[in-house]
Ligand binder design. Structure first.
Ligand code: 0RA
Length: 628
């Protein structure tokens, strides 16, 4: 890009009123997720400056008045007057939709996903936004309100600094909630830091006494993999790392550990491609081929490894930077550019083959690990076949414990997975048998995070769930065979119930993830209390609601019943509070951030006790529904 920016190239597009009328079209939603997207958008602009080599420091500050500022030490948004519009470029960038990208000629656009909508969208959805620019020896400032100019661009004075500060207060009239969550933001900043080696990102929370966290990794992706593998026994010391820096940049780091789960995260232009896509496919194909070739060439074993064999215990991060990304899929987080598949595949083939040739010891350790995975998988397959013959899966018969519904169209069917036989019995009586099925689960289900495959597929509760769901599992998994479009976990609202929910979530996350990704998994929300006074009777779902209820009326004369479990409700109560679609509350399970989800499951359910203890003591204060 030429050093002197030419303001003429700005194309004027649209007014920001459209954004305020339909905010969800631009930022996804107006809940917490959309709120945080405002910050991500501002940060992405600064990261773009960094990717061009013009900036190495970004600071996000949460202020006590609810506003946030994003500061970078880049070149500063241009301030010269656009000849056609007669306005400073910075004003145009902040008030006209898509203006930024037009004059910036960004190398790596992020359009398609939710990022990259333009900083003008942030402006439109903020009660105020102030921009401060340091460049060309001066410090400039301009203010906007609800997207409209509230002051001209003024010179505050001379300054030798360089950079941009964008401060804004999200509009309370637009967002359901306007309080930023520091953990959500720091997680994303850390992720960006891992993906852009050497870039420093800080979060200062002035609402919390000015605590400051800074993320900066000279090791980039290698540090990311080490971080993901922390607390696990690595098969070899240094993560394998490849970089090919071209028109399309491909960067990969990977390392095996002694565990069984595979943790693969992919990114395109710093966006987490949760649904995968061509970059992941290219990597997978070559990984399998290279390891199989090596085993054959070196006569290590007479075996053909599957993709799953070579990915067991593997932690990998794949990051590509593509000039014109196509994002597809349900949540627009699947990379579609087909040329990326071939490119990544050939890079992995070349570089990994060479790496194995040059590191015989590491190569041997990897092959031993993969061959052992294949043998265990073979044993698991035999166990599964046995279970199948026993349970007559092939004949299509359903588990005896399942009380199925009459409807056959999966889109209309619901399956309740219920903790305990007694609650299961109530649920069977309470349900609308037309479209609601009930599967009672006995006791604690197996912790799949700690068990090997063969054991998992011998576990009767797990087999029952898979058969009831209808999809099959692993190599045989088919989402199109899902028998219910709502799978609803219904457990007691106590410590044991939460534990069972977590065990079930772990199982779905590790083995039936497309059910979560398709939006088919839900958690039932039974009420915690029933308050009653004469004829007035009300169910209350959490402590906050209880507080709210009694702030409006006197406690006098009310009886408060605290439900300890589903079993305390009779079938009619269970129906009206938890199962009736017109009255109940359900929480949909989503994979907001796959990196965090993976980490959380391995911390909560994995082998290592210490990280779990640290996690629990950190969050114990925030925990709800605890009744010990
Ligand atoms: C376009 C051109 C130039 C800088 C930027 C955009 C820019 C935008 C943002 C948004 C947040 N921080 C930013 N920093 C820079 C510079 C063109 C030049 O000086 O030659």
């Amino acid at each position: 890009m030429p050093e002197s920016y030419r303001a003429e190239s700005i194309t004027v597009l649209k007014d920001l009123e459209a954004v305020r009328k339909r905010p969800s079209m631009y930022i996804g939603d107006t809940g917490l997720r959309g709120l945080h997207h405002l910050v991500y958008e501002a940060v992405d602009n600064a990261v773009d400056e960094a990717m061009g080599g013009n900036c190495d420091k970004i600071i996000v500050t949460l202020h006590t008045n609810g506003s946030v500022s994003v500061q970078d030490n880049g070149r500063g948004i241009p301030v010269d007057i656009h000849p056609g519009e007669g306005k400073p470029a910075v004003e145009i960038v902040l008030t006209m939709l898509h203006a930024g990208g037009k004059f910036d000629h960004k190398t790596y656009k992020v359009s398609g996903g939710l990022h990259g909508v333009g900083i003008s969208v942030v402006n439109a959805l903020s009660s105020f936004l102030e921009v401060t620019v340091c460049r060309d020896g001066n410090k400039y400032c301009q203010r906007f309100e609800r997207g409209k100019k509230a002051s001209d661009l003024i010179i505050l004075g001379p300054s030798e600094d360089r950079g941009t500060i964008i401060s804004f207060l999200p509009d309370q009239g637009i967002f359901e909630q306007t309080s930023f969550d520091a953990t959500t933001l720091s997680t994303r900043l850390q992720e960006i830091a891992f993906l852009n080696a050497g870039l420093s990102l800080s979060l200062i929370d002035e609402r919390n006494g000015g605590t400051k966290q800074t993320f900066c990794y000279e090791g980039g992706l290698v540090s990311f993999v080490e971080y993901l593998n922390k607390g696990k026994a690595a098969v070899f010391a240094e993560p394998i790392y490849f970089l090919k820096d071209d028109l399309i940049t491909v960067e990969i780091a990977m390392q095996y550990n002694e565990g069984f789960t595979s943790v693969v995260h992919s990114f395109c232009n710093n966006i987490n491609t949760i649904e995968g896509g061509t970059h992941e496919e290219g990597w997978r194909t070559s990984l399998t081929r290279v390891i199989n070739d090596y085993i054959k060439k070196n006569k290590i074993a007479d075996i053909r490894l599957s993709g799953e064999d070579v990915r067991e215990g593997l932690v990998a991060v794949i990051s590509v930077k593509v000039p014109d990304p196509q994002f597809e899929g349900q949540t627009k987080t699947k990379l579609g550019n087909s040329q990326v598949r071939g490119l990544v595949s050939s890079i992995v083939f070349d570089k990994l083959s060479t790496y194995l040739e040059e590191h015989a010891q590491v190569a041997r350790a990897i092959c031993a690990k993969c061959v052992s995975s294949a043998r265990v998988r073979e044993a698991a397959r035999r166990a599964r076949d046995l279970a199948r013959r026993k349970s007559a899966l092939d004949s299509g018969s359903l588990p005896g414990k399942l009380a199925d519904c009459q409807e056959r169209d999966p889109a209309k069917c619901e399956l309740f997975l219920v903790e305990g036989d007694s609650a299961g019995g109530s649920a069977k009586q309470a349900r609308s048998r037309e479209f609601q099925a009930v599967l009672p689960l006995r006791g604690k289900i197996l912790n799949v995070e700690k068990a090997r495959l063969d054991k998992i597929f011998r576990n009767s509760e797990i087999i029952t769930i898979i058969i009831a769901a209808g999809t099959g599992v692993r190599e045989e998994f088919l989402i199109s065979k899902l028998r219910y479009h709502k799978l609803i976990l219904m457990c007691d609202a106590d410590v044991d119930g939460n534990h069972i929910t977590t065990l079930l979530l772990t199982f779905f996350y590790r083995y039936l993830r497309p059910i979560i990704e398709g939006g088919y998994l839900y958690i039932a929300m039974p009420p915690l209390y029933r308050v009653k006074k004469g004829k007035l009777e009300k169910y209350i779902y959490n402590d906050l609601e209880l507080e709210g209820f009694f702030s409006e009326q006197d406690k006098e004369g009310f009886s408060i019943q605290r439900y300890k479990g589903l079993g305390e409700m009779n079938p009619e109560q269970l129906w009206e509070t938890t199962m009736d679609p017109s009255l109940r509350k359900l929480k949909q399970v989503t994979i907001e951030d796959a990196v965090v989800a993976d980490e959380l499951f391995s911390v909560l359910m994995g082998d290592d006790v210490e990280p779990r203890r640290a996690f629990i003591s950190k969050y114990a204060k925030e925990a709800r529904n605890i009744d010990i």
